[in-house]
Design a protein around this ligand. Structure first.
Ligand SMILES: [Zn+2]
Length: 73
């Protein structure tokens, strides 16, 4: 567990706009999180940027170009 893993990042659910926050450690370790607003499953592929929390935050602030957000039901 590194400091980066405890870093909280915030983003909006791309489906319903509900504000979500999750630590990078959780994003890396868990397969998915679930939006409390619309209950859609969200998987963020943070592995590639796991050592660059700032890059993750930047990417999430914009339209995520380098981070894959997948939905499933
Ligand atoms: Zn949602």
């Amino acid at each position: 567990m590194t400091d980066i893993d405890t870093r909280m990042i915030r983003f909006q659910c791309p489906k319903c706009g509900h504000e979500l926050e999750q630590t990078i450690g959780r994003l890396k370790s868990s397969d998915a999180m679930r939006c409390p607003g619309c209950a859609v499953g969200i998987h963020i592929d943070a592995d590639r940027l796991a050592n660059a929390a700032d890059e993750i935050q930047k990417a999430l602030d914009k339209v995520p170009a380098e981070i894959t957000i997948k939905f499933f039901r």
